[in-house]
Design a protein around this ligand. Structure first.
Ligand code: ASP
Length: 465
């Protein structure tokens, strides 16, 4: 008999069904044993009576929470007064005819029927596969899936093409520190994991794709800082022949619809979304990601805002040099090359951030397609023209073959979901997050590798004493 989901049993009254899942709870009322059987779709009350064959009844007596079982049984309407209106299958129960134990379970290291916030995160992350059995986290993963599906559909309807870009790529000075991967075949050479798909998505514009998106992973080897992860997921977008306003309107429409569809209990503070320049935000709120909620105690208020006209450069006091506010590919608001070199601090960029309740949930910009401006920007960032033309040879080469004006944005999916689901941090909306210091406690990563592996990679490690 084909196994069906718990939720499907409501259409099978008086029929025999096969159900599989985990024993959620066990209760005995006199000689009758009840279990709640849990699967992906929900719960069913399952009843074992002493009328069963004796070996089956004895097996039922042994059942413990989290054992995995398969049962065959008849779907019965529950007697009046026994109806449970808290669950979808509350009007029926399953009268067992056959039982098979597929797998037994040890006692779990923590409860999974609570919200889990009282359990230490170390414990939860070490046994994340158990933590994920928790209804709250299951709901978060489901919602994440639905939101991403919706984003895909929304962009597909508007002529966007989803394209995967490489995970093994080249190390270039983009802003953050790269994760490096040694090359076995090229001794002494390294790939870098992408900090974002930025350069590839610009190449796709040169290729004529015009509208690209990707649910992409960004990997940045940054020091632990607040609620950050070494890898996070973006809805990465790039468009050709587009104005800044068109990009912002696309994002505004997407997020307004997402909220209406999946978070109808939420109230958006203002639509069209609040817009203000970086200067205004700094003057009024002393922050480039102001929390613009009217009532900061209201968990159902979403204050979306676009902050525009960022400075092109920011001064890094520690290294005594200029850095790019966003990234070097952003287009300055002037094409006066001398001015860019002479007065970097006065140059504004076609750059915008998307902000929600005090968090930056996306950043984007129009991109420079003029190579002389690009040279000037890199010069301000402290790179010599020859060096940069060598390090970015691929980029400068590509930009010589007919480049459409283009721009994009990359909303972070984790942060939006954490806010929308009222979760205190992004780890609660990720399946397998790492700790604050970038360790995967479940897999025990990072970990040492064998000498043979290192030798193959032409690497010698220096032991820290
Ligand atoms: N690549 C940028 C980022 O990761 C986003 C963009 O400019 O589209 O922040």
């Amino acid at each position: 008999m084909k196994r069906i989901f718990n939720k499907e049993t409501i259409q099978c009254v008086d029929k025999e069904v096969n159900l599989c899942g985990w024993v959620d709870t066990v209760r005995a009322h006199g000689k009758i044993i009840f279990i709640d059987l849990r699967d992906k779709s929900g719960i069913n009350q399952v009843v074992f009576t002493p009328k069963l064959k004796s070996e089956l009844y004895e097996l039922a007596q042994k059942l413990r929470p989290e054992w995995v079982v398969s049962i065959v049984g008849k779907v019965n309407k529950r007697p009046e007064g026994m109806i449970n209106d808290k669950i979808e299958t509350g009007e029926i129960e399953i009268q067992v005819m056959d039982l098979e134990v597929l797998s037994e379970a040890k006692t779990l290291p923590f409860d999974i029927d609570t919200d889990g916030f009282n359990i230490s995160e170390e414990k939860r992350l070490k046994h994340r596969y158990l933590d994920l059995r928790r209804p709250r986290l299951k709901r978060n993963l489901e919602m994440r899936h639905k939101v991403i599906q919706y984003m895909r559909g929304f962009l597909t309807e508007r002529d966007f093409t989803e394209i995967e870009t490489p995970i093994l790529t080249k190390s270039t000075p983009e802003g953050a520190r790269d994760f490096l991967v040694p090359s076995r075949i090229g001794p002494g050479k390294f790939y870098a994991l992408p900090q974002s798909a930025q350069q590839y998505k610009q190449f796709l514009m040169i290729a004529g794709i015009e509208r690209y998106f990707q649910v992409s992973r960004c990997l940045r080897d940054e020091d632990p800082r607040g609620d950050r992860q070494a890898e996070h997921t973006q809805l990465d977008i790039e468009m050709s022949f587009v104005s800044q306003e068109e990009i912002l309107e696309l994002i505004e429409e997407l997020y307004t619809k997402l909220v209406k569809e999946f978070f109808p209990e939420k109230k958006i503070t203002k639509t069209p979304f609040i817009r203000m320049t970086y200067k205004e935000a700094m003057e009024k709120y002393n922050s480039d990601k102001p929390d613009l909620r009217k009532d900061k105690n209201d968990p159902n208020e979403l204050a979306f805002a676009f902050i525009t006209d960022f400075p092109m450069f920011e001064w890094h006091e520690k290294d005594k040099k200029w850095g790019a506010q966003h990234h070097p590919f952003t287009m300055p608001q002037t094409d006066d090359i001398e001015e860019i070199k002479k007065n970097p601090k006065n140059i504004l960029a076609h750059q915008y951030d998307f902000v929600l309740n005090g968090y930056e949930i996306a950043g984007g910009s129009l991109r420079t397609i003029n190579l002389e401006i690009m040279d000037a920007v890199f010069e301000v960032l402290g790179h010599k023209k020859d060096e940069i033309r060598k390090q970015f040879a691929h980029y400068f080469e590509a930009f010589g073959y007919g480049v459409p004006p283009h721009g994009g944005i990359a909303p972070g999916i984790d942060r939006f979901l954490a806010v929308a689901l009222n979760e205190p941090n992004i780890r609660e909306v990720m399946a397998f997050p790492k700790t604050g210091d970038n360790r995967d406690l479940m897999m025990d990563a990072p970990s040492e590798v064998t000498d043979a592996q290192l030798k193959e990679l032409h690497i010698r490690t220096v032991k820290k004493i």
